[in-house]
Design a protein around this ligand. Structure first.
Ligand SMILES: [Zn+2]
Length: 202
């Protein structure tokens, strides 16, 4: 091997090294930052403090005394959290804004395990998908709340549950939201969780 050839090989190696460093720099500065950003977003949506909408942190839609008591995790996945965002922004937040009072939902997301041990819960409950919330608004009766949602909001399904005429704060309102395109606009009343009557029945 002549010294000329050795020099040529050395030059090529140097060039390769420079190129490799450049590639590493590009990966460092752009791609890694982007990956980091996606991870940060994922981390933040799993934080109980993450705001699904202006006044509704994730913690309010996953809290469950039953889950704590039974030692069951009730943390939804990313898909369910994205659905909870729609429920908070299209149902809960407009109810809060219109009535001007804080709302602490009775029940939002339910993991399949939690749903399984919840009395009267349907096996196909939309709570398991992060599409439904049970709630009341302080100061107004549950029948009024159900009517207000029906008359003013886009929704998938409203159920006035366990409401007793003459006792305005009995029961609660179950409301689900899927998307503008998928919402079915169904309205029911049930007094026992078994028989469902169409409409809002006092
Ligand atoms: Zn419900």
């Amino acid at each position: 091997m002549t010294s000329h050839t050795i020099q040529e090989i050395q030059n090529k190696l140097d060039l390769l090294l420079i190129n490799t460093e450049n590639i590493l720099n590009i990966v460092d500065k752009n791609d890694v930052a982007e990956i980091r950003e996606i991870e940060d977003i994922k981390e933040s949506i799993y934080s109980p403090d993450f705001l699904l909408s202006k006044n509704f942190p994730l913690r309010d839609l996953i809290r469950s005394k039953r889950a704590i008591y039974e030692g069951i995790s009730n943390m939804p996945g990313e898909v369910e959290i994205k659905r909870l965002i729609k429920v908070a922004q299209n149902i809960l937040q407009p109810c809060r804004d219109h009535h001007g009072v804080p709302i602490l939902p009775n029940s939002g997301y339910r993991s399949p395990l939690l749903n399984g041990i919840t009395p009267n819960a349907s096996k196909r409950s939309q709570h398991m998908k992060g599409e439904a919330v049970d709630f009341e608004v302080p100061g107004i009766s549950n029948i009024e709340l159900a009517r207000w949602i029906r008359n003013n909001l886009d929704f998938d399904k409203i159920i006035l549950e366990f409401y007793k005429p003459g006792d305005p704060h009995s029961g609660w309102v179950h409301c689900s939201y899927k998307s503008k395109e998928e919402n079915r606009h169904e309205v029911y009343t049930t007094h026992d969780g078994k028989n469902y009557m169409p409409g809002i029945v006092a």
